[in-house]
Write a protein that binds this ligand. Structure first.
Ligand code: BES
Ligand code: MN
Ligand code: ZN
Length: 486
């Protein structure tokens, strides 16, 4: 996709040539000072009841009088924020779906300035609209044929808009990588596939890459990760990606992504309904790959390590059983009370492995608990950290990326639920506060660095008719890393 800014000349919006012009009306009052042809169309549409000035509404106008563009879409935004601009852009683009629009021009009326954030939001909205999953469904109907998007702005905003479009395009391509990986079914998206994706990206963008196999993981003493993988015939992989954007001496940020390519629950097997959705249980891993894609395109001055423990969670004659005690790489022993709480079992060894990078911060990303979905629904990802500064930085990044997160508690009292008579800890607490006790489990492996945990169980994919990966939290993670660049 080609994103460009265009500074508005004397001809104004009426003079813009494109296959379609999308005009975002910021605010729900009739904008003042609009140029004549456009003002006439808008006033007329509102007067005749064809367009209500209400957030989310959009109207397609064919061959609008007095405009060079042959198609016009009016889309109403709640206010002049980037978030509202994105929502309106999504609604507007939806109304040219299936039409012969390959060049879309976009503009805003009713608000004076377009910022970096607006431009970025537009790039995100466009690429979100044109993504179609095809890998195992080549017959999928095509999305809008968009190949070029120009954002019209005042001369004074052109630099900000150009910067925002570039960042948005990069974040969007990261989101697309994450969606594509997570959408592929588990017989395609195996641990080996994830390693191959990492290999391709490393080659393209010059990342350092190591892929550890079972023997190497055994040698490291990752008894907890191995216990999860042992029930599956699909070979495990431990992926170590490194992006060096700053001096070697700069401590890196380490991202750890849960890479369960299918979660049956193991011997503590899950019920059949919706079990197919457990192919998305590698969405944390996919978000790490997607974030590296964005890093490769933006090349910020920051060092980043990506760690992905990847395997399946399967029941079999070799599978780990409830009550089995395993020894983690940290030396702490774990009683596996429920084999379906496998995410924390693979993450804990990756978190211990992270120590060797002497990290500035470690952030793990995991579709960890159904309890997090109950707590926060599908809007906010759960953010857990004992470090107030890191938590605040991540919340700010979530805001800037329009990728919301909500901070959850991590008081020591919650760790009581993990007590075991047969090991240093059990791998589950009760049902109460399930997402918090899961985070408390991980916390036991993070004493040596600043750490945060993102539970994306409710935000990584959508169910129902729109079933599919969202690519979250790539925007949050990318914005956080950009904020750490010097
Ligand atoms: N991958 C699941 C979490 C999950 C469930 C994400 C549903 C999204 C939707 C995870 O491995 C799991 O099974 N967690 C258990 C933990 C429990 C056994 C303590 C859960 O949430 O039920
Ligand atoms: Mn599970
Ligand atoms: Zn899982």
């Amino acid at each position: 996709m080609d994103f460009k800014s265009v500074a508005l000349g004397a001809g104004g919006l009426a003079g813009l040539s494109a296959d379609a012009l999308l005009v975002v009306v910021a605010g729900t009052a009739m904008p003042e000072g609009m140029e004549a042809p456009l003002a006439n169309v808008l006033r007329d549409a509102v007067k005749n009841g064809d367009l209500e000035l209400k957030a989310g509404r959009a109207l397609y106008v064919h061959r609008p009088a007095g405009l060079k563009a042959q198609r016009l879409v009016l889309a109403v935004a709640a206010d002049d924020s980037a978030k509202a601009f994105k929502a309106a852009a999504l609604a507007g683009i939806a109304s040219v779906k299936g039409l012969g629009v390959s060049h879309l021009a976009v503009a805003q009326v009713g608000a004076s300035r377009l910022t970096e954030a607006h431009a970025e939001a537009l790039a995100m909205a466009v690429s979100d609209s044109v993504y179609v999953y095809r890998h195992t469904k080549p017959s999928a109907p095509s999305a809008p044929r968009l190949s070029k998007v120009t954002l019209a702005c005042a001369k004074a905003d052109a630099t900000a808009v150009t910067v925002g479009l570039r960042r948005g395009a990069a974040v969007a391509s990261g989101v697309e990588v994450a969606r594509e990986c997570a959408n592929r079914p588990a017989n395609h998206a195996t641990p080996t596939f994830l390693a191959d994706q990492a290999k391709q990206m490393a080659k393209l963008h010059g990342f350092k890459l190591q892929v550890l196999d079972e023997a190497a993981v055994k040698k490291l003493g990752m008894g907890s990760f191995l216990a999860v993988a042992q029930g599956s015939d699909e070979p495990l992989k431990f992926i170590v990606l490194q992006y060096l954007g700053a001096a070697r001496t700069e401590a890196p940020v380490v991202l750890v992504g849960k890479g369960i390519t299918f979660d049956t629950g193991g011997i503590s097997i899950k019920p059949a309904p919706e079990m197919d959705e457990m192919k998305f249980d590698m969405s944390g891993a996919a978000s790490v790959l997607g974030t590296f894609k964005a890093l490769g395109e933006l090349k910020p001055r920051v060092n980043v390590v990506g760690l992905i423990p990847a395997c399946e969670n399967m029941p079999s004659g070799k599978a780990v059983k409830p009550g089995d005690v395993v020894r983690s790489m940290s030396g702490q022993t774990i009683e596996v009370l429920n084999t379906d709480a496998e995410g924390r079992l693979i993450l804990c060894d990756a978190l211990t492995y992270a120590e060797r990078f002497k990290p500035a911060a470690v952030i793990d990303i995991a579709t960890l608990t159904g309890a997090c979905v109950i707590a926060l629904g599908h809007h906010h990802s759960g953010l857990f950290s004992s470090d107030d500064e890191l938590a605040e930085e991540l919340l700010q990044a979530a805001k800037r990326g329009l990728d919301p997160a909500w901070r959850m508690p991590l008081d020591e009292e919650y760790a009581d639920a993990l007590k075991s008579n047969f090991a240093d800890m059990g791998n589950v607490g009760g049902r109460a506060g399930g997402s918090i006790t899961a985070a408390m489990f991980l916390k036991k492996f993070t004493a040596r660095y600043r750490w945060a945990h993102l539970d994306i169980a409710g935000t990584a994919w959508k169910s129902g008719a729109a079933k599919g990966a969202t690519g979250r939290p790539v925007p949050l993670l990318t914005h956080y890393l950009l904020s750490q660049a010097r």
